[in-house]
Structures are given as C-alpha cells and as structure tokens.
Design a binder for this molecule. Structure first.
Ligand code: RIB
Ligand code: CA
Length: 310
C-alpha cells in the first residue's frame, strides 16, 4: 500500500489529539512530523499536549514548536472548550519527551524543499505556521501536494456567526494559504458538526480497553461535558480527526469544488470562508469543500484505528 506522507500542524486540543491517534499508527499514513501552533491554548500548552499524547501512545514522531502568535490579529484561545491546560481530562505520566530544537516553520520548509512534492500538509489549528513558511520560502508552494484543513464553514461559524475558530484565529494566515494556488480540501463545520461524539460512542470506544481507548474516553468525557455546558449539545463535534479519516478513506467525505475567499477586511464577518457553493460568481474553484460525511464509516475508522494500539 502506498502511504500518504503528511505533516500534521495542530493545536492540541482534544479533537487534535484524536487526529494524532488516527495518524499515529494507520498503515496508510506516513506521519513525518507534528508541528504545533498556538490556538486552543497558548503555544507552551499545545506543545506540551502534543508531547504528552505522542509519549503516552508511543508514537515516535518528532514534535516541533511553531508560532505563538497570529500573523496580524490579537491572539485568541479556546480554554472554555479545552480547559486551562488545553487538554483537560486525561492524566499523563511524567513528561520526558522534548520538542525538537528546530522551529516548526523551518521544519515545514526544510521537509517540503527536500521532498519530491508528495507531502500533504494537514492543518487542524490556525494556519499560522504554514502561512509563515510560504512567506519565508515561496518555493515550498509548488512542493505541497495538497493542504487538507479542518476549518471554515459555508454555514454558521462557531466563534462568530460568520467565522470558525481555526480561520478567525488567524484569518490572514488562512488568506495566504487559500490564495497560494495549492490544491486544498476544506473540511469545515458543515461536516464536522455531523461527527457528534455521543455517550454511546464513548462507551463503544471504551470497550476496546487499550491505551488509545483510555485516552479517547478521558478526552471525550471532558470535551463532551464542555460542549454540553457551552452549547447544550449531548454529543461534542469531533472536528479534527475528520481530516485524517478522509486521508485514510476518501469515501468518508463528499466534496464539491468551490471558489472560497477568506474575509480579512470586514469587522462583522472577519474570518469568514466565503464559499461560492452554487457558483454565483463563476470564479475559479480554489478548494474542494466537504459537503457531507459518512458518519457510520467515520466512527468505524475511529474504532479501527484505536484498535491498532497496545
Ligand atoms: O472550530 C474547531 C477547530 O478549532 C478545531 O480544530 C478545534 O481543535 C479548534 O482548533
Ligand atoms: Ca484543532
């Protein structure tokens, strides 16, 4: 089986942690490195969380600290959902792993420039690291096979009515990426809000009784509680792992080519992914936008990948 080479850029984050579970052991994925960005929590916390998750699961992949601030706007975080640590819930053994000395942006540039143009960059947090890499070394643009991002929405946002967190947390970075002409698959709230982790899903994964199963349960108990307290939902939407599930089995998503433009000008709609779903403007299509999720297949992928761990 030909593996899909990926760099996973993330802001762990409960759902980012589940994306790491999927990417860490799946035989179809060659996880070259995990680059971390400020997002759900400050960079020191998101880096610590990525190290804890990979150490606990025995995922021997380098972790790189990236940008601690957005490119232009003031930083925002999401402690209301992910807690003070950014990964409240699980209790990890003493952390021995360390982040690599190389900055994440330099790792992204070096890895892409040394490649044959066969690397997919998956972003599940604000796109700051990737955008900064594009600005520092424009030659990487032609070396990126595809960007698969969790972010945006053509329906309502989740930070403002217009905007989703990963985009609005650094809309200028998203603008750089969406105007780069790199092939993009946008996995927005439109489909990730179908991946609702109800208590019966937590129970189903808890029955597997291995490390990944325990981590999933400990993560979801907190994540779902905070989603219920914040939004009143019985099941928390598991956003980020939909990107990796798509790379494992593209049939899990339906996508539609659209012209997508990032609003960095307006106040009310700053960070909006304006998706021309019905081609009103007849502009070039700039992203394949996910429009539907095979929910049953998604949870089967989650279960199959949790079972890959000891
Ligand atoms: O809007 C959801 C996204 O923002 C997810 O990636 C979550 O982890 C946060 O980063
Ligand atoms: Ca995330």
């Amino acid at each position: 089986m030909e593996k899909t080479k990926i760099i996973l850029d993330c802001d762990p984050g409960h759902d980012d942690a589940v994306a790491i579970i999927l990417a860490g052991k799946n035989p179809a994925i060659d996880l070259l490195g995990i680059t971390v960005v400020s997002g759900n929590q400050t960079l020191d916390k998101t880096v610590r969380n990525a190290l804890n998750v990979t150490q606990y699961l025995g995922i021997d992949v380098p972790v790189f600290a990236g940008c601690s601030e957005p490119m232009v706007r003031k930083k925002i975080t999401a402690g209301d959902i992910h807690g003070e640590s950014g990964l409240d819930g699980p209790v990890f053994p003493p952390l021995e792993r360390k982040a690599e000395p190389e900055h994440a942006v330099n790792f992204i540039i070096r890895t892409l420039m040394e490649s044959d143009g066969d690397i997919t960059v998956v972003t599940t947090g604000p796109m700051t690291n990737l955008a900064m890499a594009m600005r520092m070394e424009p030659k990487i643009v032609s070396k990126i096979k595809r960007i698969v991002l969790m972010g945006g929405a053509y329906t309502n946002g989740n930070v403002t009515p217009a905007a989703e967190f990963n985009i609005v947390a650094d809309a200028e970075a998203a603008y750089v990426c969406f105007t780069s002409n790199v092939p993009i698959t946008m996995v927005g709230l439109d489909v990730t809000r179908l991946a609702l982790c109800y208590p019966e899903i937590v129970d189903r994964m808890g029955k597997i009784e291995n490390r990944a199963s325990k981590l999933f349960v400990d993560l979801m108990r907190h994540f779902c509680k905070s989603q219920k307290e914040t939004f009143g939902w019985e099941g928390g939407p598991l956003h980020d792992p939909v990107t990796i599930a798509y790379l494992i089995d593209p049939s899990v998503l339906e996508v539609k080519p659209m012209n997508v433009q990032i609003d960095i000008r307006s106040t009310q709609s700053y960070g909006r992914t304006n998706c021309d779903r019905f081609d009103y403007l007849h502009l070039p299509h700039t992203a394949d936008v996910a429009t539907d999720l095979d929910v049953e297949r998604f949870w089967n992928i989650i279960e199959e990948n949790i079972r890959l761990y000891d």
